[in-house]
Design a protein around this ligand. Structure first.
Ligand SMILES: Nc1ncnc2c1ncn2[C@@H]1O[C@H](COP(=O)(O)OP(=O)(O)O)[C@@H](O)[C@H]1O
Ligand SMILES: [Mg+2]
Length: 248
């Protein structure tokens, strides 16, 4: 059983400000996420799901608390170190498909490799490998605006995977897909987790929640359950193996 903790937060808080008004979006979140899990973050609209995901993704700085990533206190990193860390260790899949339209699938997947300063000679292998993981190898030289909605979102997942990140974060990644494509994308995300990647998804759809290994529920910025209660105390969830060896 894999028990490696990928992320841990302690009393994580995030306030937004609207003029003089303070909006406490996260109020003391304590959680742990283990390697190879697919975790759903659920809760009513406005409960802080996206904020939590953005804070975990180092896209928004938290107001208070501790955030450990593989034991490292990444909030103490400089802005530059955080950006570098984000490029190497995190992959993002958003609701709206944000692939570059006038570019091929290859070019879209190459961008994060360029940001992460991956060597030119290994880029193609990494891109093909990521596309293979989502069953999209045959689309490598396609224009991204010629892909179907579901293929685009799979390409976006492949792009999130291409640097072999420790954590993949998705904010309602199937929010704009029809049922058939939703099923395909959810299946792909499950596959990714089975391959040893760690996936955290914000969703309000029960069906997607059921496809997750566990659900973290939040309400008014407070974690109301983390899905570990049903398991033995101190026993992390049963999860997949480490990712298969990557080309580095
Ligand atoms: N950029 C922002 N500025 C001010 N308030 C915000 C901002 N983003 C979110 N909020 C507020 O923070 C709370 C949590 O929002 P959010 O994380 O988007 O919730 P959810 O994703 O669960 O719908 C809400 O009250 C929302 O209005
Ligand atoms: Mg949201």
């Amino acid at each position: 059983m894999n028990t490696e903790v990928i992320i841990e937060t302690r009393d994580l808080g995030k306030d937004y400000y609207d003029g003089d008004r303070v909006i406490p979006a996260l109020r003391g979140i304590n959680l742990k996420i283990y390697r190879g899990e697919i975790v759903g973050i659920m809760g009513p609209s406005g409960s802080g799901k996206s904020t939590l995901l953005y804070v975990l993704g180092l896209l928004h700085p938290p107001t208070s608390g501790v955030y450990l990533f593989k034991g490292q206190n990444i909030l103490e990193f400089s802005k530059e170190e955080q950006a570098h860390f984000r490029n190497r260790e995190l992959g993002f899949v958003f609701q709206s498909c944000d692939l570059l339209a006038n570019s091929t699938v290859y070019e879209n997947l190459e961008l994060p490799l360029i940001y992460a300063e991956a060597d030119t000679n290994i880029r193609r292998d990494k891109i093909l490998r990521a596309l293979e993981r989502v069953g999209l190898s045959h689309r490598v030289d396609h224009w991204s605006n010629r892909l179907s909605g579901g293929e685009r979102q799979r390409a976006a997942i492949a792009r999130a995977l291409v640097n072999n990140p420790s954590l993949i974060l998705g904010d309602e990644p199937t929010g704009q897909l029809d049922q058939k494509n939703t099923d395909i994308v959810v299946e792909q995300l499950r596959n990714i987790a089975r391959q040893g990647f760690t996936v955290v998804l914000v969703t309000h759809e029960d069906e997607i929640g059921r496809a997750c290994d566990r659900i973290i529920r939040i309400r008014d910025g407070i974690l109301v359950s983390d899905g570990l209660e049903a398991q033995a105390v101190g026993s992390p969830p049963k999860i997949g193996p480490e990712p298969t060896v990557s080309i580095t």
